[in-house]
Design a protein around this ligand. Structure first.
Ligand code: PXP
Length: 256
């Protein structure tokens, strides 16, 4: 069974919507671990739109499972990664205007830049994975870089399954996983995976790690919302005392 890396970026996205302290991705990481996550994934973007440097720092101290840091080949963020030394780094492309990571990293077009980034990370003792489209030329170029793993971008498959059968895209992922494994690298996958479409990807041969964020955090809002409203009603009604709220307020207010 592939391992599950839970991407907690979207928890930070909700926090940054108000520039406040809640919800805290550190809490989310702890709960994900309690739920059985094999890894915690976060993306420190150049524009810091969700995860902040403080999050990476604290997660480095608190996460007991594998910490997987997504980052672009950007010197400033590479410096921070080399200092933080997560278990694994996944190199991704980054464009300021994008809503989420669109497309895989272009290794073919910038092999030197990618190889330099990998060398820096590996010198700091960090395993490196490359986020690539299931494209033969990109995978062959990725294999040449010395990375340990390739994470297949499952966005095209996810979009296809949302509209019609994703069989063709699944075949593409299958072929790509054979190329990666055949070259001696570890196969990861992620992006757009949901409770509905994850199974065929999880069953692909050689699949070692799945990184999933949006769908899990979306579900968490739904399965946790009922309890959250109930807790608030109890507090408003005075049937429980509000405890543990510091100066900043926040979510630290479980029913007594
Ligand atoms: N893997 C990588 C490399 C990503 O950039 C993302 C999105 O941040 C994911 C996995 C998770 O994608 P999703 O949030 O759609 O599950």
């Amino acid at each position: 069974m592939p391992s599950l890396g839970v991407n907690i970026d979207h928890v930070a996205t909700v926090r940054q919507a108000r520039m406040t302290t809640e919800p805290d991705p550190i809490w989310a990481a702890t709960l994900a671990e309690l739920g059985g996550a094999d890894g915690i994934t976060l993306h420190l973007r150049e524009d810091r739109r969700h995860i902040q440097d403080r999050d990476l720092h604290l997660l480095g101290q608190t996460v007991a499972v594998k910490l997987n840091l997504e980052l672009a080949c950007n010197q400033e963020v590479l410096d921070i990664a080399c200092q933080a030394r997560p278990y694994q780094a996944t190199l991704v492309p980054e464009h300021r205007a994008e809503v989420t990571t669109e497309g895989g990293l272009d290794v073919v077009g910038q092999p030197r830049r990618v190889t330099d980034a990998i060398e820096r990370l590996q010198d700091a003792g960090i395993l490196v994975s490359l986020f690539l489209d299931p494209d033969q030329a990109q995978i062959e170029a990725g294999v040449e870089t010395g990375a340990t793993a390739i994470e297949l971008h499952t966005g095209a498959y996810a979009n296809a399954t949302a509209k019609f059968s994703g069989d063709e895209e699944l075949q593409t992922l299958l072929q790509a996983s054979h190329w990666i494994h055949g070259a001696g690298l570890t196969v990861h996958a992620g992006h757009g995976l949901t409770y509905r479409n994850v199974r065929p990807v999880a069953e692909l041969p050689h699949m070692h790690e799945l990184n999933i964020g949006h769908s899990i955090i979306s579900r968490a809002i739904m399965v946790g919302l009922e309890q959250a409203v109930r807790d608030m009603k109890q507090l408003i009604g005075g049937t429980v005392a509000c405890q543990g709220v510091g100066d900043k307020g926040g979510t630290a207010c479980p029913p007594a």
